[in-house]
Design a protein around this ligand. Structure first.
Ligand SMILES: C[S@@+](CC[C@H](N)C(=O)[O-])C[C@H]1O[C@@H](n2cnc3c(N)ncnc32)[C@H](O)[C@@H]1O
Length: 440
């Protein structure tokens, strides 16, 4: 029988998902590749996000459906099934079209011998869906579509909040704007309304959470820097560090520069601001973002911020932002591929990196200066335990007060969990360096 050609959007989605699941590639980077026209890209994105979000529940379904495990070289066929299940279960896919497309796709990928298996597996799912899901959902981590290690970790760290936290991490995050400090939030809210864009204020001073995402080119004045796209929780960093001219400020892990722009809007002097990132390509994006916000004169350095001798010019900083590399478990709702990419044994090396960054940056902070430690993680290891250990080993460090309109105080610092008032999961601790000589 002659078959229709494979649907290019589903084909592209399968290739991207295969690269995330089997090669550890980041979904957002894969989706930036302009292989499809605009509408197809939006659909491909929706398919990939949903498949990453629900993967761990659906993989358990595949395990129950497939009698003989797929060989390594047939891994793409498994991804085809996973994508089809995602459409059937979560995207209102029309059963006949989804099954037919999956069979075509598996053939197109050169696994023609598995066409019958794919067809049979999907049809069996349609027949036995309820019993199949009920059996998978007996395991709470799988029911929440999380890899067991993350569910377990968050269950230990946040015993009371874990169920809500996992749910919130599966929800779609709002597209959130930061209105430029030179404009009022209300004024810009009015401009959005006039442009037909529905939004509501978030918990911060300048944030507006959109009812539905839109293209940035539709946002009034975006090209002129009237607003930036930034989660509400991330917008607390600049106010907590509160840079004052002519202070010397360091943004130590700066790319892509969301918080750098905000520090400037809050009063940091461009010529007195240094930004560092270890990734040269990502640092380029900081320069692009600052150009849109019409700031120049900022010194950008590609370096390992922990290797102070590689980049430091000898003048101490009054204020340092360390938005540390972390597990990013607080932003899974925006990056559901994190569920697949992160491994349990990533946490200890990340914590070691954070600790070496804290120690190194402390050495370039002026006595009397302050360092804001931030992560988009929600593990205690990377947050309050990290900062508590730093305070324990650093004689001239004390914890300053952080109090925000969302989230909660923890043993040291402040934690926001995903979904609270529309926010990403975020952690902040403000560290003050004593002015006098350090006491032991
Ligand atoms: C959480 S992101 C920063 C986000 C950024 N502050 C913003 O608001 O847009 C962490 C950044 O740290 C960078 N990074 C990781 N290890 C680093 C190191 N040793 N030194 C400097 N930058 C590092 C990564 O390349 C990444 O861009």
């Amino acid at each position: 029988m002659k078959r229709n050609p494979a649907d290019p959007v589903r084909r592209q989605a399968c290739l991207a998902l295969h690269a995330v699941f089997n090669e550890g590639r980041s979904l957002s980077a894969l989706l930036e590749q302009p292989t499809l026209e605009e509408r197809g890209r939006a659909r491909c994105r929706a398919l990939c996000y949903a498949a990453c979000r629900w993967r761990f529940r659906l993989e358990a379904v595949v395990d129950r459906l497939v009698q003989k495990p797929f060989r390594r070289r047939d891994a793409r066929a498994r991804t085809v099934i996973l994508l089809a299940l995602t459409e059937l279960e979560y995207l209102d896919g029309a059963p006949h079209a989804v099954v037919d497309s999956a069979v075509t796709l598996v053939q197109d990928f050169g696994h023609g011998a598995l066409r019958g298996v794919v067809n049979a597996v999907l049809r069996r799912f349609l027949r036995e869906r309820e019993a199949m899901l009920a059996s998978v959902d007996r395991d709470a981590a799988l029911a929440a579509a999380f890899p067991p290690w993350i569910a377990q970790r968050l269950g230990v760290d946040w015993p009371e909040d874990a169920p809500a936290l996992l749910d919130a991490s599966n929800a779609r995050a709002p597209m959130t704007l930061r209105v430029a400090a030179r404009l009022g939030r209300d004024e810009y809210h009015g401009r959005l309304a006039a442009a037909g864009i529905d939004a509501q204020p978030g918990p911060g001073r300048a944030d507006l959470q959109l009812a539905a995402p839109c293209d940035v080119s539709d946002l009034p004045g975006f090209a002129q820097g009237d607003c930036s796209v930034q989660d509400s929780a991330a917008q607390f960093a600049a106010a907590l560090l509160a840079p004052q001219p002519p202070e010397r400020v360091l943004d130590a892990c700066a790319a892509p520069g969301g918080k750098t722009g905000h520090l400037l809007e809050q009063g940091a002097t461009p010529e007195r601001l240094t930004v560092i990132d270890a990734d040269a390509q990502r640092l380029e994006r900081v320069h692009g973002n600052l150009a849109r916000l019409q700031y120049d004169g900022v010194r950008g350095v590609v370096a390992d911020a922990a290797s102070v001798s590689d980049w430091w010019d000898g003048e101490l900083f009054d204020a340092i932002l360390l938005d540390a590399p972390c597990s990013a478990l607080g932003v899974i709702r925006r990056h559901p591929d994190i569920k697949s990419l992160r491994r349990a044994d990533d946490l200890e090396p990340l914590a070691a990196l954070q600790s070496s960054l804290l120690d190194a940056l402390w050495s370039v902070l002026k006595p009397g200066g302050r360092l804001l430690y931030a992560t988009c993680s929600i593990t205690r290891l990377e947050n309050e335990e990290q900062v508590a250990a730093f305070l324990e080993r650093t004689a001239d460090a004390t914890a300053g007060t952080v109090s925000l309109p969302v989230g909660r105080p923890v043993s040291v610092g402040w934690q926001i969990l995903p979904g609270e008032m529309g926010c990403d999961g975020f952690y902040y601790a403000l560290l003050q360096r004593q002015s006098g000589p350090a006491s032991a």
